[in-house]
Structures are given as structure tokens and as C-alpha cells.
Design a protein around this ligand. Structure first.
Ligand SMILES: [Zn+2]
Ligand SMILES: [Zn+2]
Length: 432
């Protein structure tokens, strides 16, 4: 045999006792293993029990208040005691765990229990009777006594009076009980046993009813819940810092950029779809062009844009139909789809409705971060900062009726003019 295996064998032999020791320790720990103590479960079970009592008490008092309105004030403590004792009988007495403890997978165990009379739960009857008395009857009688003492002015009695002495004693007992409760709670947090003083006095421990403690709430769910909670908190912190207006403006700009008519004008098939529109390749555009540069001059581009935003399918002029039917293809005989009401002219020389242009410019003035920014004209995409009323000079020879400011006198002149021309026409007819 070579030297190496011999060395390895020696090492193994020397390590064997150590392994054996570790094994023994593990085995002994397993046999003595105590179930994991969950303090939070014990505290939760107490809260759940209280909640349950309140839950039951509310409808009963409401129902009894219908029979007698004074019932609630006079019999409230008795009713609470009745509910608590009933629950105690049904839960701890019968099954060895309160409803809250059952929800937390806990049950009472009496250490050093004697083999006497036992309740259906298997717990000693004497212990449970004492426990119920300490937990429910004692607080009830204490309350009664205190109320009685207060209503009969025990604290105001002369110091030599026995009632005053009794009151002082009651107070000191109360303080002692509170102090003991505090000490007990600290001990409970330390050792994880005996949640209440009564439990400690009677050695009643809450232990997991199953060997392996399982979580009632899935860890995944808890995790997700925590993430969502953190996210909500963060949003609540963040939202006041975001300007809703700026976001809305950005969104509006984005939707304008993505509107069907613009996409159509950007698409490579533009020439196929609209052979007559646009300039030929190689030619420079005559001027800057806005989104609605091709709209006939007698129509309002803002009205056209507003309607293009309207996604209502029942409307014949919604975004989808406007995609297929280009407004520029309207024949001149048709009435304009978006007539201009109360025309106003921008600095770039384009005409819009007063209401439309005023609304847009007010919005820009409201939302703009800098003073210099103006509204972008939909026809020439120039910055518009002001607009004025559109005025047409009416000349008698043209008789332009579409002017916004024509006078009744011009109407009169027109009629005389027409008759005159008719007269000359008839005259020439006669002469011929
Ligand atoms: Zn308009
Ligand atoms: Zn313009």
C-alpha cells in the first residue's frame, strides 16, 4: 500500500469521535426540541378574542335598544360578561383554546395538571373555573365596586371613615395589579410564556397545537402586500410634487404627434394615398407647414383638430373617418366642414374662430414655463403670441358679403348697383 491512503485512514479514524459527538448532540437536541414559541401569535389571539366580543356585543345591544332604550346604559357590563362567559364555555372549556387562539393555531396546556375532574377539552375543571373567574368575573366585580364607590362618593368621605379606607385600599390594589401586569408582560416578552397574570398563576401555557408552526398568511402574499404598501406610500409622497398640468400638456402634445392625419403625412405611401398633395422630391417647400396647412382657408383648423380628437364612433366626423376622408378633398360646392365663427387673425396671417384661438392662447399662457413661448399655428407652425379681429374692407364693386363688418348702407348700395346693371343690360338687350 502506498503512503497516501494510510494517511487518509488515520485522519478518518481520528475524526470519527468528533463526528460521533456532533451526532449525539443533534439527537439529544431533537428529542428535547420544544415547539417554537410565537409571542406575536399569543398577543394576536387576545386581540382577536376582544374583537369577537365587540362584534357580538354590538348587534345585541342594538337589538335590545329597540325594546328598551335604557337597557343599554344599565345592563352593558352584564351583557358583556354574558357574552364572554358564553364564549369561554364554548371555546376554552370545550376545546381548550379560545377562538382567537384557534385562529393562531394555539391551545392551552396546564403544566403539572392533576388527574382530577376534567372538562371536555381535557384541561382540569378546577383550573378552568379559577381561570374564568380571574379573567372575567374579577374585572366585572371590580368595575361594579368602583362604580358603586364613585356614585356614593367614597373618595370624598372623611379619612376616618371606613368607606374612605376601602377606597384607598381599592386604589392601592389596582396599582399593585397594574404593576404586576407590567412585570408579567415583561416576563412574557422575555420567556414567551403566560400572557396574562391569570395564566401565570394557574400555569396555563399557550402552545402551538401542531408541532410545526405554519404561517397562516402565505409569505408570498405578505411580501407582495409589503411591496404594494411601500409603493403606495411612495406614490403618496411623490404625487403632490408632480404638476398635473405639465403632465397633461405633455400627453396632449404626444397625442397630437400621433394623430392619424400626421402619421399619414409622414408615411412613405403618402404619394400613393394623396397623389396631388405635397411637393415633389428635390423641390424645397415653399414655407414652413403646420399640421393643417392643406385645410381650405374658409375652415378653422382648431375646430378640425378638436373633432379629429373626438374618438366617438357614432360621430360621423371622428378620428377614424377623418383618417379616411381628408378634409382637403372636399369639393368647393360643399359647405365647409369646420366653418369659422367670429374670425380672428393671428400674427402669421391665418384665421381661426375667436373662441378656438382664445382658448388655445389662454391655455398656453397658463401652462407655459417661459414667457417667450407662444401657441404654434396649426397651418404654418409659427409661434403666435397675439391675434386681432379679422376685418375685411368691403368695396362696393366686389360686394363681398362674407366680411365680418359690413354695414346696412352697403347692402342698400348693392341693390341699387344691381338694378343699375340690370337696367343697362336690358337697355343693351333692347338696342340689339
Ligand atoms: Zn374653430
Ligand atoms: Zn399661421
Amino acid at each position: 500500500m502506498s503512503g497516501l491512503p494510510a494517511v487518509l485512514e488515520n485522519a478518518w479514524n481520528s475524526a470519527l469521535p468528533v463526528f460521533q459527538n456532533v451526532k449525539n448532540v443533534l439527537v439529544s437536541e431533537n428529542s428535547l426540541e420544544t415547539p417554537r414559541i410565537t409571542r406575536v401569535g399569543q398577543l394576536d389571539s387576545e386581540l382577536l378574542d376582544q374583537e369577537l366580543t365587540n362584534l357580538l356585543q354590538e348587534p345585541i345591544t342594538k337589538a335590545l335598544a329597540l325594546l328598551n332604550s335604557r337597557f343599554k346604559s344599565s345592563f352593558q357590563p352584564e351583557l358583556a360578561l354574558f357574552i364572554q362567559l358564553t364564549l369561554y364555555k364554548l371555546s376554552i372549556w370545550n376545546t381548550g383554546a379560545s377562538y382567537g387562539a384557534k385562529l393562531q393555531d394555539l391551545r392551552y396546556v396546564v403544566t403539572g395538571s392533576s388527574t382530577g375532574n376534567s372538562t371536555p377539552s381535557g384541561l382540569p375543571r378546577k383550573t378552568l373555573l379559577l381561570h374564568g373567574t380571574l379573567t372575567f368575573l374579577m374585572p366585572y366585580f371590580h368595575n361594579k365596586l368602583r362604580n358603586h364607590a364613585l356614585s356614593h362618593a367614597w373618595p370624598d368621605a372623611p379619612s376616618s371613615d371606613s368607606r374612605r379606607k376601602a377606597w384607598v385600599m381599592l386604589n392601592s390594589v389596582e396599582s399593585m395589579y397594574s404593576l404586576l401586569g407590567l412585570v408579567n408582560f415583561v416576563a412574557f416578552l422575555w420567556g414567551g410564556r403566560y400572557r396574562t397574570l391569570a395564566d401565570r398563576l394557574l400555569c396555563m401555557r399557550l402552545t402551538p397545537s401542531r408541532r410545526s408552526v405554519k404561517r397562516d398568511v402565505s409569505y408570498e402574499f405578505m411580501n407582495r402586500q409589503m411591496v404594494w404598501h411601500a409603493f403606495t406610500e411612495f406614490l403618496l409622497f411623490l404625487l403632490p410634487l408632480i404638476s398635473a398640468r405639465a403632465v397633461r400638456r405633455r400627453f396632449y402634445k404626444l397625442t397630437t404627434m400621433l394623430s392619424p392625419s400626421l402619421l399619414l403625412s409622414l408615411s412613405p405611401f403618402k404619394g400613393i394615398l394623396k397623389p396631388s398633395s405635397g411637393w415633389r422630391q428635390g423641390e424645397r417647400p415653399p414655407q414652413k407647414r403646420g399640421k393643417y396647412w392643406a385645410l381650405p382657408d374658409d375652415q378653422c383648423a382648431i375646430c378640425a383638430e378638436n373633432i379629429a380628437f373626438n374618438l366617438n364612433v357614432s360621430d360621423s366626423t371622428n378620428a377614424f373617418t377623418s383618417f379616411t376622408s381628408d378634409p382637403t378633398l372636399n369639393s368647393p360646392e360643399d359647405a365647409p366642414a369646420h366653418p369659422i365663427h367670429n374670425p380672428y387673425q393671428t400674427t402669421c396671417g391665418h384665421i381661426y374662430c375667436y373662441q378656438c384661438i382664445a382658448e388655445r392662447m389662454l391655455r398656453i399662457a397658463d401652462e407655459a414655463d417661459d414667457e417667450e413661448q407662444g401657441w404654434e399655428c396649426l397651418r404654418c407652425s409659427e409661434q403666435v403670441k397675439e391675434s386681432r379681429r379679422y376685418q375685411v374692407e368691403v368695396t362696393e364693386s366686389e360686394g363681398d358679403m362674407s366680411a365680418s363688418e359690413y354695414e346696412f348702407s352697403s347692402d342698400l348700395d348693392l341693390s341699387t348697383d344691381l338694378s343699375g346693371s340690370m337696367g343697362t343690360y336690358s337697355e343693351s338687350g333692347f338696342s340689339d
